[in-house]
Design a binder for this molecule. Structure first.
Ligand code: AMP
Ligand code: ZN
Length: 110
């Protein structure tokens, strides 16, 4: 937990947010400023600043994260049409919230 981290506050329920999915390790929310008809944020509950801070023991979190993405893509009906999975890494990579999260973006008209 990082005290000033928005996503830690969301994960802990300190900032109300609709969870589309939750388990022991993750929550999934809708992006507040969607870049596409489907734009979800997959948040590990563990506070990790960015991809640069991943440790070997975080490997399961990251592999499980992709399984959550697969499940959410199906639930959102974009698994067959296709979608993007995106990590922004640090400022130059467009990261503005420094708590690792995976964007799931899709649902464009064909
Ligand atoms: P990034 O640029 O990868 O750090 O992505 C941060 C994302 O969080 C942006 O796409 C924002 O629109 C989104 N965001 C910021 N605040 C909230 C919030 N309270 N609830 C949901 N999404 C948020
Ligand atoms: Zn955090």
């Amino acid at each position: 937990m990082s005290e000033d981290c928005l996503f830690c506050k969301i994960v802990k329920g300190e900032i109300p947010s609709e969870f589309l999915y939750e388990d022991d390790s993750f929550v999934v929310i809708k992006d507040i400023n969607p870049a596409a008809p489907v734009h979800l944020l997959l948040l590990p509950k563990k506070h990790i600043r960015s991809n640069n801070d991943l440790q070997k023991e975080d490997g399961k979190i990251i592999s499980d994260l992709f399984m959550v993405a697969k499940k959410m893509a199906k639930e959102q009906g974009v698994n067959e049409s296709g979608y993007k999975l995106l990590f922004n890494v640090e400022k130059g990579g467009g990261q503005v919230i420094f708590h690792v999260h995976l964007h799931l973006i899709g649902g464009w008209k064909k």
